[in-house]
Design a protein around this ligand. Sequence first.
Ligand SMILES: [Zn+2]
Ligand SMILES: [Zn+2]
Length: 256
Amino acid sequence: MNITLAPTGLGHDAQTLYHYLTTYLINDDVAIDAGSLGFAGSPAEQTRVRHVFLSHSHIDHVASLPIFLENVFDQGAAPVTVYGSAEVLDSLQRDVFNDRLWPDFIGMSRKGESLLRLHPLVAGQAVSCGGLSITPVPVHHSVPTFGFIVEDAAAAVVMPGDTGPTEEIWHRANRLANLKAIFLEATFPDEQARLADIAGHLTPKLFAGEVRKVNRPARFIAVHIKARFQAQVIAELQALALTGFETVRPGSVYRF
Ligand SMILES: [Zn+2]
Ligand SMILES: [Zn+2]
């Protein structure tokens, strides 16, 4: 499978791009999170995306969903499927598609306009789409959040999403014979450990603790680094000299 973190933020090369928003594109037709999905690429490129999985309701993960759905809407064509927990789908209805922030695309779709189709996710129950199996696994963040395990015939990739220290997704990762990579967050620098604890995020020290829970070789790709502290967080991560560690390059294609 091919995975790309959609680039956001101002930077003149891949090393200095910031992770303001989160969207992973998988094989052109599946997206994990919609932070930047609708803000990047042409309408034709966006139209290839048919499945959007939302990890949680925070705006850096859903910000561009209304714009994306608007960009790709094609009357008469099958709608995009948006997958999320009951809590996420409820937030979309009440907080986004509420006829104030944006038109009620959910209600309009019920009345015949094919703007989107909602698919509730249940913890631990895999969904098949686009040749992939995607399993939502609860993680530890400040709102209900799913990490995702993405598998095809050749590879398994783990995307824990926004999380503090967590357990279940690592138990599952340790059973994946084809585990290739883990896109793991490192939001705050070590000096902000208290804030990380309150917000349900990782620091470099906590990142290392999560890496130690994985007993298979894998690439550990750091993501979701706060832009203001990016250089500091990357320096602290590099100082840990973790086996398999690298920092994500937004816009690059990762092939597994
Ligand atoms: Zn979050
Ligand atoms: Zn986030």
